[in-house]
Design a protein around this ligand. Structure first.
Ligand SMILES: [Zn+2]
Length: 305
């Protein structure tokens, strides 16, 4: 009989998908599941997380290593009160002041921590990925939405759960409306969803953001225009962050980073052109991809032990 492995259940609740894993103290993933985020998740987030962990245990039972869940980390987008375990506000999931830690912990019966998806993702990039050894960094995952996390002087900045809302930086006062109530935010110009929407509006064609990048490289003028606008908006936000904080490392993550050099090369150039006296940051692709949030949830759960 194999020895029982202690694991934490790490759950990343996103706007469209929930990604979850059972993770050992040495950050080995023993089981993984992805499911669609239920529309009514706000009604009973405890039950949703519990069902996800049940699926994880079923997946783990297929393997040859018996597991025991000793803690749980749940990360969510938006404004997060980490101390109280409450989701204060999420534009994409539509909640305000949603208790998360209490309902999850009472159903699972293990110590549970709640964190912010991107700050937790940065923690994972520091511990296991591309921010290893960094003292200052901006972690900028660009996917359905855009949020950011900052590492300054070796500490991940939280500001009562309110730091890093770079997706809602004003880029274009004449830009499209944003779900946050403002107009022309970075998120409605440069997120993967915004790129798709803008390309469809110009051409009537459905194409994912990655496809738009490919078409831009192939000379499609609409794709070139949409891509260039998104890159310029991201560069503006990055240059502003570098100016305010002095970060010397920028890690791009999320779905848009999948485009690799098609995104990073023009972005480096555009950021460079906006800086004068500032220290130019190293601009790289994050290492952990879409798993960053989930691994970050595991970091939080193990740190709480
Ligand atoms: Zn906004």
């Amino acid at each position: 009989m194999a020895e029982v492995s202690e694991v934490v259940a790490a759950v990343d609740v996103g706007g469209t998908r929930i990604k979850a894993a059972l993770v050992t103290a040495s950050y080995e993933t023993l089981a993984e599941v992805t499911r669609a985020t239920p529309k009514d998740i706000t009604a009973d987030i405890g039950a949703v997380v519990h069902a996800t962990v049940t699926d994880l245990l079923a997946a783990a039972a297929q393997g040859d290593r018996p597991v025991r869940v000793v803690g749980c980390g749940v990360v969510v987008p938006g404004l997060v009160d980490e101390a109280r375990g409450v989701g204060m506000f999420s534009v994409n999931l539509g909640w305000r002041d949603l208790p998360i830690r209490y309902p999850v912990a009472s159903l699972l019966g293990v110590p549970t921590v709640v964190g912010h998806d991107v700050r937790a993702g940065l923690l994972a990039e520091i511990r296991l990925g591309a921010a290893h050894g960094a003292r200052h960094a901006l972690f900028l995952p660009v996917g359905t939405g855009i949020a950011a996390a900052l590492l300054l002087d070796g500490a991940v900045v939280s500001a009562d759960g309110r730091a890093g809302e770079l997706g809602h930086l004003l880029i274009d006062p004449a830009g499209p409306p944003c779900a946050c109530g403002a107009v022309g935010c970075l998120e409605v110009i440069a997120s993967a969803a915004a790129i798709e929407r803008e390309y469809a509006a110009r051409t009537g064609l459905a194409a994912g953001a990655e496809q738009v990048a490919v078409r831009a490289a192939g000379g499609d003028p609409d794709a070139i225009a949409v891509w260039a606008r998104a890159v310029a908006a991201l560069a503006q936000a990055i240059a502003a962050t570098v100016t305010i904080t002095g970060v010397d490392l920028v890690l791009i993550g999320g779905g848009l980073a999948e485009s690799g050099a098609a995104l990073l090369d023009p972005l480096r150039e555009e950021v460079g052109s906006r800086l004068t006296f500032q220290r130019p940051p190293r601009l790289e692709r994050a290492a952990l991809g879409v798993r960053a949030g989930c691994l970050g949830a595991a970091c939080l759960a193990w740190d709480a032990r």
